[in-house]
Design a protein around this ligand. Structure first.
Ligand code: ATP
Length: 281
C-alpha cells in the first residue's frame, strides 16, 4: 500500500421503510427506498504497521474504538492487516442513519482500491444488514429482504434535507420488538420515477416508515420533532429514518432547509442541513 486516501461515509436516509413480514427466525423483511447525503463521516486510510483506528469528530466520544468498530471488522473481513484508519465521526451513533454500516462500506471501498476485494453479499450481511445498500452508495436504491436485495432506482431527484436527531440513541432491536404490525404492504412493485422533489415528496405521502409508531412510543420526543419539522416554512414532508430517532424534512429550497436548521437548533440536538444525491440518468 502507499499514500493516504479519503472517503465520505454518507448518511443513509430511508425515505420509506415498509416492514412486510417476519421470518421464522425472527428477522424482519423490509422494502425501503434509500438515498444518501452529501454530508457524513470522513474516513482516511494510510499505511500502517498493523491494523488501527483513530477516532475524531463530535460523535467520537459515543463510540468505543476497539475491537468491534465496524471499520476494523470490515478490514478484518477482507484480510487487511496493515491499514491505519482515521474516522471523523460526525453522524450520531445508533441514530437510524446507518453510520456504522456506511463507515464499514467506505472502509471496504478504500481497501478495494488497495487490492482487497469486498466480501460477497453474505459476507456483507454478516457485517450488517445495511452493508449491501451502503456499498451501492451514493446511488439511490431499493432495499428488500433482510437488506441483501439492492436494486438501483432511476428518477430520484436531489433533495434538500434537514436531518434532526434529539440527542438520544435508540436501539434498533428495541424498536422492532415494540412493532405491533409486522405484515404491512410493500411499496408498489414498479416505482414511478419523479419529475422533481415536490413530486417525490407528494408520492412519499402515501408511503410509510413502519418503525415510526413503535419508535415514537418508546421516545415521544420523535413525535414532537416531526411536528416541529412539518411546521417549518417550505417543508414538503417529514419522516423518521431507519429505526430512529433521526427525523428528516424534505424542503423546497436550500434556503428553507437552512432557515429551519436555525429555527430547530437546540442544545444537545444534532441538526444538519444537507442534500441527497440523485439517480444518475
Ligand atoms: P441503522 O440505521 O443501520 O440501524 P444506526 O444509525 O441506527 O444504524 P449505527 O450508528 O450504525 O446505528 O450504530 C449501531 C451500533 O454499531 C452502535 O451500537 C455502535 O456501537 C456500533 N458501531 C460499531 N462501529 C461503528 C461505527 N463506525 N459507527 C457507528 N456505530 C458503530
Amino acid at each position: 500500500m502507499s499514500g493516504r486516501v479519503r472517503a465520505v461515509a454518507p448518511a443513509k436516509i430511508n425515505l420509506t421503510l415498509h416492514v412486510t413480514g417476519q421470518r421464522a427466525d425472527g428477522y424482519h423483511l423490509l422494502d425501503s427506498l434509500v438515498v444518501f447525503t452529501e454530508a457524513g463521516d470522513g474516513l482516511t486510510l494510510a499505511d500502517g504497521p498493523g491494523l488501527s483506528l483513530d477516532l475524531t469528530g463530535p460523535a467520537a466520544p459515543a463510540l468505543a474504538v476497539e475491537p468491534d468498530n465496524l471499520v476494523l471488522r470490515a478490514a478484518r473481513a477482507v484480510g487487511a492487516t496493515r491499514a491505519a484508519f482515521t474516522l471523523e465521526k460526525r453522524l450520531p451513533v445508533a441514530s437510524g442513519m446507518g453510520g456504522g454500516s456506511s463507515d464499514a462500506a467506505a472502509a471496504l471501498k478504500l481497501l478495494a482500491g488497495r487490492g482487497f476485494p469486498p466480501p460477497d453479499t453474505a459476507g456483507l450481511m454478516r457485517l450488517g444488514a445495511d452493508l449491501p445498500v451502503c456499498m451501492a452508495a451514493p446511488a439511490p436504491s431499493r432495499m428488500t429482504g433482510l437488506g441483501e436485495g439492492v436494486a438501483p432506482v432511476a428518477g430520484v431527484p436531489a433533495l434538500w434535507l434537514l436531518l434532526v436527531n434529539p440527542g438520544q440513541a435508540l436501539s434498533t432491536p428495541a424498536v422492532f420488538k415494540a412493532l405491533n404490525q409486522r405484515d404491512n404492504p410493500p411499496m408498489p412493485e414498479v416505482l414511478p420515477g419523479w419529475s422533481d422533489a415536490p413530486a417525490l415528496a407528494e408520492w412519499l405521502r402515501d408511503m410509510r416508515n413502519d418503525l415510526e409508531p413503535p419508535a415514537t412510543a418508546l421516545m415521544p420526543g420523535i413525535g414532537d420533532l416531526l411536528a416541529a419539522l412539518r411546521a417549518q416554512p417550505g417543508c414538503l414532508l417529514a419522516r423518521m429514518t431507519g429505526s430512529g430517532a433521526t427525523c428528516f424534512g424534505i424542503f423546497a429550497t436550500e434556503g428553507a432547509a437552512q432557515d429551519a436548521a436555525r429555527a430547530l437548533a437546540a442544545p444537545g440536538r444534532f441538526v444538519l442541513p444537507t442534500r441527497s444525491l440523485p439517480s444518475v440518468r
